[in-house]
Design a protein around this ligand. Structure first.
Ligand code: C2E
Ligand code: CA
Ligand code: CA
Length: 838
């Protein structure tokens, strides 16, 4: 009950009591007037009045107490005294002596004024009502016979008892917070029994009086013993009910939710102990919950003031063994209250049950928290707090299968380049810091609805949901990668990290695993092509390649020579004459046809079959080169080398042995290296490359300009040749930046004395522009697509415009004067003339 509620109840109580007192004034006045009209004549009459008063006073005091809140309600003998009085004396006398008797008893018991007033008023009304019935029935003393005595007494008694209940029940109901109807039914059987007993007592008393007034002396012991028997019954009943309620309450505490435990405890204890306010203060954290029978009024930290002051009965919340102590339960009453022994025992039992319930709920909450933590740990990456691979798969699968998924779903796979270097050179703590910062930046760059995940190591993924069109995915991927562009700050040290992104839109079938695979394919394409991002293209994918590579097909492919090589010529841009050829691997799969290297290279590199694969490619390349040489086209062959091969100390020996067995001078072989080499591995790589270089093998830096460490790598590994990445050639006409990269690469080549080959020359204008910038050699579809060795030899022989070895007409065709770019090194490769047949 809230304080506001409490004061409203108080006001209502006060007005009810006032009403009863006001109503009682009228019969009192009437009685006084009639007393003045017919005052008692004799000493006997006066004695009767005194006796009546004493009887009522006694009836008021002898009672079976029932405490409700800080108010104790009682079952009394007053009506019995009243009806006996009405049998022997005029109603006016009874009314007045009842008022006097109750008043005297209440005052001597030290009852509060309001209770005294209510008691006096109510009983005057009862006496007046019953008196009126007695008058109406013309009740005379002594009665003519027993039947008349019983019927008249019965009628009078009934009215008295009904009036008594009628006046008392609303007040009790209001004070105890019960509904009137419920209060009326409360203990109805006991009250009816009490009524019967008191009626019999009244009848007996009157019969005794009729027989011999002196026998009246026997009445008090009789009444007292009856009273004791009755009140024991009442108390027994009350106790039984209390136990039942305690059992129900402790049952109700049997829940695992702490909030529910506390709410139940407070409201039930308020009812059980009839307290004005109940408070539970928990030791652990000091949480305090307060309330009354109806509701919780406070839930917060301990120490907040309460409006209920009066009696406080505390009970420690401890187990039966007194070991665990989880807090304290406090019962508060507005008035002075002393708990009975039974109530004290109930309180201890209740407190111990509550202690157990709180401990259970706390243990359960802890368990739930641990379970939550586990669930979180199972779905999140511990280092970055991002979703993990499993969570990404789960969420993505759920999203893809949801009917409400609007728009396009796409996945961006982001892989940090050269991350191992950070770990190896700066330590794992620094590596972790970078990963955390990458996670933060990706999180910030992601939009609402995106799910950012770390798949493991330096691999991240962002699931894009609800895109308006598939093309938007590439734009969003650029934004995500751009977020990683700024150097990372590691305790004041600035570290640049490059990343590649693979983009794929959700496939119609295959779900998340297929989406992830496609994004992975795209990312690998981006890495290989040296681009920042790449979008998955079905044409570059062999759908079941995953199964091919996993299905143990690689060993068979190596054994059955399914890996072959196509050759793409490298051409002097000015003359159109061939100056070399690059060997490009192909997998001629018996079922799937020709598969591009980007589709299987990674699998080969991971499979442990790389040395066998590399040797097979090298063999074919050298075989082709010696065939061309024999045919008079003595041009070097360029072979791509996986970075992993350079970590193999046996690699140089194997290469040199193969050159010898093909009877080729070492400078007929160019090894193309990519920049995915990591600085940390450079010591091994240095030794491998130095050995090859010292023996005369030529080295080329492939895809130049795409890696961030191009220049630093160049300073460590002395190569003979640079290959300008295709992306710059493709973009040079539209982009000043791309043109600048080409120009500075050429400047670098000139100053270091290196040959420069432009890749991906597809058009005459590109060829001309490159030539004018000072680039002497080029490779691309303009001259030839990759083709088998024999086909290429036929093309050499056929030549262009009648000159064998030419794959394009010279630029200075038709007598045009070609302006040479300043500083251009013509025939820089120094081999262009040698291929010509003698
Ligand atoms: P790369 O070394 O940059 O090879 C050039 C790639 O560009 C080849 O793709 C070639 O077909 C393609 N290309 C040549 N001219 C043009 C052109 O004018 N336009 C366009 N759009 N493309 C052109 P390919 O054969 O798919 O090879 C891809 C990559 O696979 C190669 O890139 C190379 O890094 C790697 N690779 C190829 N063969 C081998 C090998 O035997 N061993 C190793 N380790 N890597 C290889
Ligand atoms: Ca290459
Ligand atoms: Ca290249």
């Amino acid at each position: 009950m809230t304080p506001g509620n409490a004061s409203r109840t108080d006001r209502q109580l006060l007005s009810l009591v006032g009403l009863v007192v006001a109503l009682a004034v009228a019969p009192t006045l009437v009685a006084l007037v009639s007393l003045v009209d017919g005052p008692p004549h004799s000493i006997g009459d006066a004695a009767t009045i005194v006796a009546l008063t004493c009887m009522t006073a006694l009836g008021t005091r002898v009672k079976a107490p029932i405490r409700i809140r800080s108010t104790t309600h009682a079952i009394t003998w007053i009506e019995t005294a009243i009806v006996i009085g009405l049998a022997v004396a005029p109603p006016a006398w009874v009314v007045l002596s009842t008022g006097a008797g109750v008043g005297i008893a209440s005052v001597t018991m030290g009852l509060p004024a309001i209770k005294t007033a209510f008691g006096v008023g109510k009983n005057i009304l009862v006496a007046a009502g019953a008196g009126a019935v007695a008058l109406a029935l013309q009740w005379r003393w002594p009665p003519t016979d027993v039947v008349e005595l019983i019927t008249s007494l019965g009628a009078v008694y009934l009215v008295a008892a009904l009036l008594d209940d009628l006046l008392a029940i609303p007040v009790i109901a209001l004070a105890s917070g019960n509904r009137v109807g419920r209060q009326f039914l409360n203990n109805l059987d006991l009250r009816l029994a009490g009524f019967g007993v008191r009626f019999v007592v009244a009848v007996c008393t009157l019969l005794i009086l009729r027989a011999d007034p002196r026998l009246l002396l026997a009445v008090p012991p009789l009444v007292l013993s009856l009273h004791l028997a009755y009140s024991t019954r009442v108390r027994g009943r009350a106790e039984q009910q209390a136990w039942q309620r305690l059992a129900r309450t402790t049952d109700a505490l049997n829940v695992v939710d702490l909030d529910k435990v506390l709410t139940t405890a407070v409201t039930q204890a308020a009812e059980l102990f009839s307290a004005d306010e109940v408070e539970v203060e928990l030791r652990d954290g000091g949480r305090t919950v307060r309330g009354g029978t109806g509701a919780i009024t406070y839930d917060g930290p301990a120490g907040a003031p309460t409006s209920v002051d009066g009696t406080v009965v505390p009970a420690t919340l401890e187990g039966h063994d007194r070991t665990a102590d989880v807090g304290v339960l406090r019962l508060r009453f507005r008035g002075p209250v002393q708990l009975s022994e039974r109530e004290q025992y109930t309180l201890r039992t209740f407190a111990s049950a509550l202690c157990t319930a709180v401990r259970n709920a706390q243990a359960y909450a802890e368990l739930a928290r641990v379970a939550d933590e586990h669930a979180y740990a199972a779905t999140h990456d511990a280092l970055t707090g991002l979703a993990n691979r499993r969570h990404l798969l789960d969420q993505g699968t759920e999203h893809l299968s949801s009917r409400h998924a609007d728009g396009v779903t796409a996945l961006v796979l982001i892989d940090l380049n050269h991350f191992k270097e950070v770990n190896d050179t700066l330590g794992h703590a620094a590596g972790d810091q970078v990963l955390v910062q990458v996670a933060e930046r990706l999180g910030a760059a992601a939009q609402e609805g995106d799910l950012v995940a770390r798949l493991g190591g330096d691999e991240f993924a962002v699931l894009l949901r609800g895109l308006p069109a598939p093309a938007v995915a590439a734009h969003r991927a650029e934004t995500l990668l751009a977020a990683l562009h700024e150097p990372f700050d590691l305790d004041g040290m600035r570290i640049s990290v490059e990343a590649s992104g693979g983009i794929a839109a959700a496939p119609a079938t295959g779900g998340m695993p297929e989406l992830l695979r496609r994004a992975d394919v795209a990312m690998y394409q981006a890495k290989r092509a040296g681009q920042r991002t790449s979008t998955y293209a079905p044409t570059r994918d062999t759908a079941d390649l995953g199964r091919l590579t996993l299905g143990g097909e690689l060993p068979r492919a190596v054994a059955d020579h399914e890996f072959t090589v196509n050759f793409q010529p490298i051409v002097d841009l000015g003359s159109g004459l061939v100056t070399g050829a690059e060997a490009l691997a192909r997998w001629r799969h018996p079922v799937h046809g020709v598969i591009d290297p980007l589709r299987f290279l990674e699998a080969v590199e991971r499979s442990g079959l790389l040395p066998a694969f590399a040797e097979a490619i090298l063999d074919e390349a050298l075989l082709a080169a010696s065939a061309w040489r024999e045919a008079g086209f003595d041009v070097p062959v360029a072979v791509n080398v996986s970075p992993r091969s350079l970590l193999d100390a046996r690699f140089p020996g194997s290469v040199l042995a193969r050159l010898r067995s093909h009877d080729l001078p070492p400078d007929r072989l160019v090894l193309e290296l990519t920049e995915t080499l990591t600085l940390s591995q450079l010591d091994v790589v240095d030794r491998v490359l130095s050995r090859l270089r010292d023996e005369g093998v030529r080295l080329a830096l492939d895809d130049f300009g795409t890696g961030y460490s191009s220049l630093s790598l160049l300073s460590r590994i002395p190569v003979h040749e640079l290959k300008i990445d295709r992306s710059f050639v493709t973009a040079m006409e539209g982009s000043a930046e791309a043109a600048a990269v080409i120009r500075s690469t050429l400047d670098l080549g000139r100053s270091l004395g290196l040959d420069v080959v432009a890749e991906g020359v597809e058009s005459e204008p590109q060829r001309r522009a490159l030539w004018e910038l000072g680039c002497t050699a080029g490779q691309g579809h303009l001259f030839a697509r990759p083709m088998p060795a024999g086909t290429l030899l036929a093309a050499f022989r056929r030549g262009s415009g009648g000159s064998p070895g030419a794959l394009a007409p010279p630029l200075h065709d038709a007598g045009a004067v070609i302006r040479l770019a300043p500083g251009r090194r013509q025939g820089g490769r120094g081999r262009a003339d040698r291929h010509l047949p003698a």
